[in-house]
Design a protein around this ligand. Structure first.
Ligand SMILES: [Zn+2]
Length: 223
């Protein structure tokens, strides 16, 4: 009789332990899941110059980059990190085009949450990605460029080579250039007194946030 009682008790204790283990496991899984703020899909239609040779596996590399960038732009984490930031008040393009909204914070700086709103305004981003032949002897360190409110990104082929996680470099580059499409410029042509300070540049800021999230998710096995 005693034996049966003991057996029952240890069985119940065992069930409790298993239950607790299951709860903590599910809790951990929840923590590691990507939380969605707003579903955004980023896709690129590639337009390659005749004399450009794309690296082997380019189609798959780009597909992977599109998936990762879509996940990051959709995530709560991207929204949260960008909302913590603000940028130089002169970071908006002077263009008269109206595909974006000029959103400032209470200090008169370009609002990070506003940058997020502009980047995620279109939930189905379809970019034409022009890959241009880099001419030998041409002086440039520019990886690519984009025009405000035009859904096109142009990139030089010189850096589009396999190795060093090409898909991840695509993600950062496309995120940076898409920030320009959404109305934000660099300070290159500004007079000295309006020059951006470190961290004041929206395209650089978006690029680094996207890069950090990618690194974090890679470590957690989410990508
Ligand atoms: Zn740029």
């Amino acid at each position: 009789m005693n034996f049966i009682k003991n057996f029952r008790l240890s069985f119940i204790i065992m069930l409790c332990v298993l239950g607790l283990l299951a709860i903590s496991f599910i809790g951990k899984q929840e923590d590691d899941k990507i939380k969605i703020a707003k579903q955004v899909k980023f896709s690129a239609k590639v337009n390659v110059a005749d004399n450009v040779i794309l690296p082997e596996g380019f189609v798959d590399t780009l597909k992977k980059a599109e998936d990762i960038l879509s996940k990051i732009l959709s995530s709560e984490e991207f929204k949260k990190e960008l909302s913590k930031r603000s940028f130089a008040d002169s970071a908006f393009s002077k263009t008269k085009k109206t595909c974006f909204e000029r959103i400032y914070d209470e200090k008169g700086r370009v609002s990070g949450l506003g940058v997020y709103e502009n980047i995620t305004r279109n939930p189905n981003i379809e970019i034409e990605w022009v890959i241009k032949k880099y001419k030998d002897g041409e002086k440039t360190s520019v990886m690519g460029f984009a025009t405000f409110c035009v859904n096109r990104i142009t990139s030089h082929d010189y850096w589009i080579k396999n190795g060093q996680h090409l898909s991840l470099r695509f993600v950062r580059h496309l995120a940076h250039e898409y920030t320009h499409v959404c109305g934000y410029k660099h300070d290159k042509l500004l007079p000295k007194e309006h020059k951006f300070k470190k961290g004041d540049d929206p395209a650089m800021g978006v690029g680094s946030i996207v890069g950090d999230i990618m690194l974090d998710w890679t470590k957690k096995g989410l990508l």
